[in-house]
Design a protein around this ligand. Structure first.
Ligand code: PLP
Ligand code: ZN
Length: 410
């Protein structure tokens, strides 16, 4: 770890490394500033390879050394080559699925929360909190329990029941707010001013956001210390999308990897697509939207990092697309049938956009495309309930044969 300051993303003013998140001169967002001038790539690579099995192996590039023996250490989730998916999509690109549902609370949010909670402990906070669309709620409640901290988790009251139950179980103070995520976020920003609490994605946001860089680091390691040609990632606030990019950028800067910067494709649901719309209109800022989609985890109508996500897609000659609820359901099923991976609605959005890219002929033969699957299907089971009917039989072969019309071996 070699962090020096917090820095404003807009005017570059620098600030102390405490729980602050906006610039007091221009109100721009703050980010962590590193000093890697002494970092030797060979030594850094050795430290990484000798490090722990999860995200703390990247401590040189995180704002905290991490908790020794962290029982919920996320990271090093599987990356698999998905040839059957590529075949169904009719593309000759090499498709890789990075399955981040394989984290302790089954989403990529374990990465950002592990970093934020370690930082909260370092700064002396006894209570942590968050504004969540669901997955962050699960992660904050669990990591707070593991760290022995009190927690308050604020969510829209109409969240999927699976996500509510999978948060409450950790003994958190779960608060269902009558409103959408943007209302929840506004409430938490007000409370962050009044309470001595570490809101992981409000006053600790600069540290929290850094956790998503580990998805880029792992991708490079798992591809044999090479960059992919393209990534497809979901966008809600835009933090994940822009920080995956920052991870690749940092490793290029310090010489841990070489080659061309990947093309960035973002994925949103049509029912909440302020970033995709801004991209399509060539606008620099996002017009806030009232979300209405089955992809509740991505339902942020006023995305804090939206403008940076638009710029990121533009800079790499990528894009940001949106898919309908039916395309999301089809994406979930397609991924499950071709890879054995069951993703939540956010993953359906991502696969839906991958399908669009393939259909439009934007994927070239042999290019390495990494698709980030960020959450688990068991948390949004209702999304695929329609049309499901269990085929029941009596416990005898004749009944089975009459229903399924097959020869029964004797
Ligand atoms: C499963 C899943 N994927 C992706 C995201 C997008 O995250 P971000 O807000 O960093 O864009 C979220 C956000 O809650 C999420 O829950
Ligand atoms: Zn500023």
């Amino acid at each position: 770890m070699s962090i020096s300051n917090l820095r404003c993303k807009e005017c570059s003013a620098e600030f102390e490394l405490d729980a602050s998140f906006y610039c007091t001169s221009c109100f721009g967002p703050l980010e962590v500033l590193y000093d890697h001038s002494d970092l030797k790539p060979d030594e850094a690579r050795r430290r990484i390879q000798a490090g722990s099995r999860g995200i703390w192996r990247y401590s040189d590039f995180l704002p905290i050394d991490g908790r020794a023996g962290d029982p919920l250490e996320p990271g090093m989730t599987p990356i698999i080559r998905a040839d059957r998916l590529a075949e169904r999509l009719g593309t000759e690109a090499e498709i890789y699925i990075k399955n981040d549902a394989a984290n302790p609370t089954h989403s990529f949010k374990d990465r950002v929360v592990a970093v934020a909670i370690a930082k909260a402990k370092e700064l002396g906070f006894e209570t942590v909190a968050c504004a969540s669309t669901g997955n962050l709620a699960n992660a904050v409640a669990a990591h707070a329990a593991a760290a022995g901290l009190e927690s308050y988790v604020f969510v829209p009251a109409n969240l999927e029941e699976q996500k509510l139950l999978a948060t409450d179980i950790y003994g958190t103070n779960l608060v269902g707010v009558n409103g959408n995520y943007d209302d929840v976020n506004r409430l938490c920003t007000q409370l962050a001013d009044q309470k001595p609490w570490a809101f992981v994605n409000v006053n600790l946001r600069p540290y929290y956001a850094e956790g998503s860089k580990t998805l880029a680091f792992e991708t490079v390691e798992q591809l044999g210390w090479e960059l992919p040609d393209r990534v497809v990632s979901p966008i809600a606030s835009g933090s994940l999308f822009t920080k995956i990019a920052r991870g690749f950028e940092e490793w290029l800067e310090v010489g841990l990897v070489g080659g061309e910067f990947p093309v960035f494709n973002g994925a949103q649901a049509e029912g909440c697509s302020p970033v995709a719309i801004a991209f399509a209109e060539g606008a620099k800022v996002c017009r806030p939207q009232r979300p209405d989609t089955i992809a509740k985890s991505l339902a942020i109508g006023d995305p804090a990092d939206g403008p940076y996500a638009v710029a990121q897609a533009k800079r790499t000659e990528g894009g940001i697309d949106a898919v309908s609820d039916d395309e999301i359901r089809a994406g979930i099923r397609l991924l499950a049938e071709t890879t054995g991976i069951f993703t939540e609605t956010a993953g359906g959005v991502t696969v839906g956009v991958l399908e669009k890219l393939a259909r439009r002929g934007e994927l070239s033969a042999g290019e390495k495309v990494v698709v980030y699957i960020t959450g688990e299907g068991l948390k949004t089971l209702d999304a695929n309930r329609d049309g499901f009917a269990l085929a029941e039989v009596d416990p005898d072969p004749a009944s089975f044969e009459s229903k399924f019309g097959q020869e029964v071996a004797v």
